[in-house]
Design a protein around this ligand. Structure first.
Ligand code: FO1
Length: 314
């Protein structure tokens, strides 16, 4: 069986650990199509938070408490940059993490596309799934906000890390999406899948930027594989992160039903919600309830099994 997962964020990385555990038992192959909208250039380095979260989590090197970056991290470079007054001081790059960004930036500067750079980084981390950026082209999520009496667009990382989303927020813009092409292998992974899963990632800033790459939404919606989404909202709150703030900005109710309806029957065949949200009704989509707390890999693999069952492909 071939499972393709659209994913982003820390929750998406955790979910993938469960997909990999399920796949090992079921003898399935997994491809992750990963959001690049969070990517940002800082201090001359290209940083890909979602690709790195997946790579470090599946490589067993992530910091489980912080959620992002490396376990056992040190912060000398961050402190030295701050001592120079080098902005942005609100964004922390760990020493170990910097090595990843140096290798990535060197390869990108030499002309390698992000997909090949990601494959090269994965030679070290052996995530056990094929990791593909949604696109090799520049695609960044920017956020239109009011700051200091001025309306302007700031990078998603500034919105989230600097302001924690606590500024008047008007909309999200996926800069570069219109001209972006799916990275090599993305359309093939979607078209050749037996099932496509949408991870319990932020629908607005993790999944929407993937679907904004021309051709990807169509491949998912019109492809032969059943599409099952897993709700990132449990009992009216996001499992983690800022999905509540993002959904409020786009005028969508912060409920499992609200997010299911946002994806809609155009995209989804099945929608897996938590048992707390049993009864969530998404017109034209088969819903099912199961425990969705990703407390450990085993619980997450069980969620994945429920999603695969819901797809009818188990
Ligand atoms: N999150 C923070 O809250 N503060 C940081 O200083 C920070 C730095 C950082 C550096 C590299 C990286 O890959 C991720 C980093 N994150 C940081 C996490 C990131 O902002 C978000 O959690 C993701 O983009 C959302 O998925």
């Amino acid at each position: 069986m071939r499972i393709t997962v659209l994913t982003g964020g820390i929750g998406g990385a955790r979910f993938l650990a469960g997909v990999r555990a399920y796949a090992r038992k079921a003898g399935a192959d997994v491809t992750a199509v990963v959001n690049v909208g969070d990517d940002v250039r800082m201090h001359g380095l290209q940083i890909c938070p979602d690709l790195d979260s997946v790579m470090y989590t599946l490589g067993g090197a992530h910091d489980p408490e912080r959620g992002w970056g490396r376990v056992g991290e040190t912060w000398t470079i961050k402190d030295e940059l701050a001592a120079y007054g080098a902005e942005p001081t609100w964004f922390g790059l760990g020493d170990k993490d910097v090595a990843t960004h140096l290798v990535r930036t060197t390869m990108l500067t030499a002309g390698y596309p992000l997909s090949q750079v990601t494959a090269a980084l994965c030679d070290r981390w052996r995530p056990g799934v094929t990791m593909l950026p949604a696109t090799d082209d520049r695609l960044e999520t920017h956020v239109v906000v009011d700051v200091d009496g001025e309306r302007k667009a700031i990078h998603f990382q500034e919105w989230w890390v600097r302001y924690r989303g606590n500024v008047p927020t008007h909309r999200f813009v996926f800069v570069g999406a219109d001209a972006a092409k799916p990275a090599p292998g993305v359309l093939e992974a979607i078209g050749g899948a037996d099932v496509v899963l949408i991870a319990p990632s932020n629908p607005v800033v993790s999944i929407a930027p993937i679907l904004a790459v021309p051709g990807i939404r169509e491949a998912v919606a019109d492809g032969p594989a059943p599409v099952v989404g897993v709700s990132p909202i449990i009992g009216g709150s996001p499992v983690r992160g800022m999905a509540d703030k993002c959904l409020a900005t786009v005028g969508v109710e912060v409920t499992a039903q609200g997010v299911g309806a946002l994806y809609g029957a155009d995209l989804l065949d099945g929608w897996l919600v938590d048992t707390t949200d049993q009864g969530a009704d998404v017109p034209g989509v088969t819903t099912r309830a199961a425990p969705l707390w990703m407390t450990d890999e085993e619980a997450t693999a069980k969620m994945v099994e429920e999603a695969i069952e819901l797809s009818g492909k188990e």
